[in-house]
Design a protein around this ligand. Structure first.
Ligand code: NAP
Ligand code: ZN
Length: 354
């Protein structure tokens, strides 16, 4: 085993402690990555509050309350296994929320490893084949199969690119699935880590983008990201005026909320895509019926889409707007994220872990 250092939460605490963590010795198809930058996703907060259970993981209940979060990072390959063909020491790579999958089921064969029938191995809180629990990217080193690492395009700043690997791909897949392009009208609900990248991607795809937010003073920022404007979700008259305006409402809101006002904004045959809150939300079928509306959801993305997203980001100069903090300030990042005090993503600089 190899030993590295990471930031661990125990029993739901956002006061993470520096701990030694073990990584496996390299298998022939593994690479070791020195983690340089890791984004702070709202899912990390959910996982911490759930006592270490990663969002959606079927084996989450097996958690012991301890978690090293972090599932969107960039870094540098330090070592490659004997059978590795795509990377060598010194290469810059990006890693997201999935570090392995069965590779054999219909979803994996279709390049949708994110929906693997065996459930994809999550970057943290997942149960690896050897029985160990994965520990995430708030740490200095990670070991994974080369096929779940991506070459980081040289055009992208490695700190600002880290959030592409969760927030970015999570909004990219539904934008592509909905066929968003020139002439499309897209609304993005919730202007946080996911939401601000959704605005950038949708605008770069050629859509007319509107932000739906409860925070009035995000209007200027929304326009700077490429949106035409911002509708205040707390103002019924603004929502009434936008009735049935959007082909896609991409909902990134992190907390339970009422879907009816969002469905009213969807046009005939349009789609409400829920990627933010992944729990139970009541829906009245009548709100779908009137206008033949579609309700959908998705989780991160498969390998081909992730590679495409990075290529598109490099071509269009898209990265996250970040606030970079030394990793020792992880508690500050988590508590400020919790109260919505970030424009729009914290990224931890792991170099202080030596
Ligand atoms: P974030 O940066 O905290 O952004 C969430 C945004 O939602 C906030 O900026 C806020 O936007 C809005 N919001 C928060 N609480 C709200 C409330 N009570 N009512 C209405 N709006 C509220 O979070 P994030 O990192 O983007 O993550 C967003 C959600 O996506 C999280 O629940 C996360 O777990 C989930 N997620 C899902 C996937 C997936 O695979 N589907 C992947 C990653 C993350 P305004 O101030 O503009 O209103
Ligand atoms: Zn995430």
């Amino acid at each position: 085993m190899r030993t590295t250092t990471g930031w661990q939460s125990t029993h739901g605490s956002t006061a993470l402690e520096q701990v030694p963590i073990q990584r496996r010795d390299l298998r022939p198809d593994d690479i070791a990555v020195r983690i340089d930058f890791c984004g702070v996703c709202h899912s990390d907060l959910h996982a911490i509050h759930a006592g270490g259970a990663a969002v959606g993981s079927p084996d989450a209940s097996a958690g012991d309350g301890a978690v090293v979060p972090g599932h969107e990072f960039t870094g540098t390959v330090t070592e490659a296994g004997s059978g590795v063909s795509r990377f060598r020491a010194g290469d810059r790579v990006a890693v997201g929320t999935i570090v392995d999958s069965c590779g054999a089921c219909p979803m994996c064969r279709a390049g949708q490893e994110n929906y693997c029938y065996e459930f994809p191995l999550l970057t943290y809180g997942g149960l690896d084949a050897d029985g160990s629990r994965t520990q995430g990217g708030y740490s200095r080193e990670y070991v994974l199969r080369e096929s779940f690492a991506y070459a980081l395009p040289p055009a992208l700043d490695p700190a600002a690119a880290a959030p592409l690997m969760c927030a970015g791909i999570t909004v990219w897949e539904p934008l592509r699935a909905a066929g968003i392009g020139p002439g499309s009208r897209v609304a993005v609900a919730g202007l946080g880590g996911l939401g601000h990248l959704a605005v950038r991607f949708a605008a770069a795809l050629g859509a007319e983008v509107t932000v739906l937010s409860r925070t009035a003073d995000k209007a200027e920022g929304a326009r700077a990201l490429g949106a035409e404007g911002l509708l205040l979700t707390t103002d019924a008259s603004q929502l009434d005026a936008a009735r049935e305006r959007f082909d896609l409402v991409l909902d990134t809101i992190s907390a339970p909320h009422d879907l009816a006002p969002l469905l009213r904004l969807v046009t005939v045959d349009g789609t409400l895509s829920l990627v933010g809150f992944l729990g139970e939300l009541p829906v009245n079928v009548m709100d779908l019926m009137a206008g033949r509306k579609r309700l959908t959801s998705s989780g991160v993305g498969g390998r081909p889409q992730t590679a495409q997203m990075l290529e598109f980001a490099a071509e269009h100069g898209i990265t996250a707007q970040i606030e970079l903090l030394p990793s020792a300030k992880v508690e500050e990042a988590l508590t400020r994220l919790e109260r919505g005090d970030v424009r729009y993503r914290f990224v931890l600089d792991l170099s202080d872990l030596g």
